[in-house]
Design a protein around this ligand. Structure first.
Ligand SMILES: Cc1cc2nc3c(=O)[nH]c(=O)nc-3n(C[C@H](O)[C@H](O)[C@H](O)COP(=O)(O)OP(=O)(O)OC[C@H]3O[C@@H](n4cnc5c(N)ncnc54)[C@H](O)[C@@H]3O)c2cc1C
Length: 323
């Protein structure tokens, strides 16, 4: 086996972050002339496998084992370990989600194979593949060269590659059995729940208005809420706004918040610190308003307005209302 992409599900469909890993796999497979196998397992495995057949890949490997219907780190790690040991892919690619963080390090440790996490891109230097990631809170970027020739596990940061670039195809499903005994599973997870009442899931929002320290004071926050209402957008925030208690933590975007990829990301009074940018740089259209023309947010903005948000937001709300 050449490249194995491990899928994760979200509400019965393939998770966006897995599609992004598949987009990376399709580029890598073209570069190295290697074949892609897509692995569907866990809850709704069959549904995920059927969806995966629509992408350009050699095959979809399906593990349909009811013991994997509810998540357990032991069960998921065991399933991946058995496939990787049996099929010895050169690369195992995934998105770097919370789920993957929970069980893939077990696979890496047990198989004594490298796991490179939070990868933002790969480079092909004359056939030598290097994986790039940021270190020291994004202050430095490093290229990592695997020193083994098989089972190199690579987990891509959210939005590292775009699922919009996925090439469709028609892959066949191959059923694979694994040996999973009940005593291998040391824990089991209940249904997921939202801990915080009123929490938002920004990851599926089409439009996000994100507010930063430039808003100045809590009394100005209703201006943002009003704009969000007329624009039918969710509200995101930089960390200082959450730290100040002006919005709950579920609204935070960035390395210690949510990673988002909306169609529209309106950054209001946000400077563009790397910890914020890693969480929103995959947005399709980034519009920034900032009174400092040299603010780093303008480097990644598609459209930029230099001005005072406290003046501009109410005017913008009025204009949209009157449409
Ligand atoms: C370990 C770690 C994790 C972190 N995780 C995150 C994270 O997940 N998310 C996150 O956002 N940050 C995170 N941070 C913090 C991050 O480093 C920045 O401090 C933060 O993003 C800055 O937020 P800001 O842009 O709102 O504020 P500032 O950097 O203070 O920028 C405010 C901006 O508003 C502009 N401005 C001021 N007044 C106005 C006005 N009236 N009109 C228009 N513009 C105005 C200013 O020119 C400035 O550019 C993290 C930091 C660390 C160390």
């Amino acid at each position: 086996m050449d490249i194995l992409v491990v899928l994760e599900g979200a509400n019965g469909a393939i998770h966006r972050i897995s599609k992004e890993a598949l987009a990376a796999a399709q580029l890598l497979s073209k570069d190295l002339e290697q074949k892609i196998s897509i692995l569907a397992f866990g809850q709704n495995a069959e549904q995920l496998a059927n969806e995966a057949t629509g992408f350009n890949a050699e095959e979809v490997v399906l593990i349909n084992d009811e013991k994997l219907n509810s998540y357990s780190a032991d069960g998921y790690a065991e399933a991946i370990m058995q496939i990787v040991e049996k099929e010895a892919p050169q690369y195992v690619l995934t998105g770097y989600s919370y789920l993957i963080r929970d069980f893939l390090p077990k696979v890496s440790a047990r198989l004594q194979k490298p796991l490179i996490t939070d990868v933002i891109s790969y480079k092909n230097e004359g056939g030598k593949i290097l994986f790039t990631k940021q270190v020291l809170h994004g202050k430095l970027t490093v290229d990592i060269e695997p020193k083994v020739t098989d089972s190199v596990m690579v987990a891509f940061q959210s939005a590292a590659y775009s699922a919009d670039n996925l090439i469709s195809g028609s892959a066949n499903i191959r059923n694979v059995e694994i040996e999973l005994n009940a005593d291998m599973l040391k824990t089991s997870s209940e249904e997921p729940f939202q801990e915080e009442t009123g929490g938002v899931d920004l990851t599926s929002a089409e439009k996000i208005i994100s507010i930063g320290r430039g808003i100045g004071k809590e009394e100005n926050m209703p201006l943002v809420k009003e704009l969000a209402e007329v624009l039918k957008a969710e509200i995101g925030a930089s960390r200082p706004i959450v730290d100040a208690g002006w919005l709950p933590s579920s609204h935070q975007v960035g390395s210690s918040g949510q990673s988002v990829t909306p169609n529209l990301y309106l950054a209001l009074g946000i400077s563009g610190a790397i910890q914020h940018v890693v969480g929103m740089k995959g947005s399709k259209n980034i519009v920034a308003i900032n009174r400092d023309a040299d603010a780093p947010i303008f480097e990644i903005a598609d459209y930029g307005v230099i001005g005072d948000i406290v003046e501009i937001i109410p005017k913008l709300t009025e204009v949209i209302k009157s449409q």
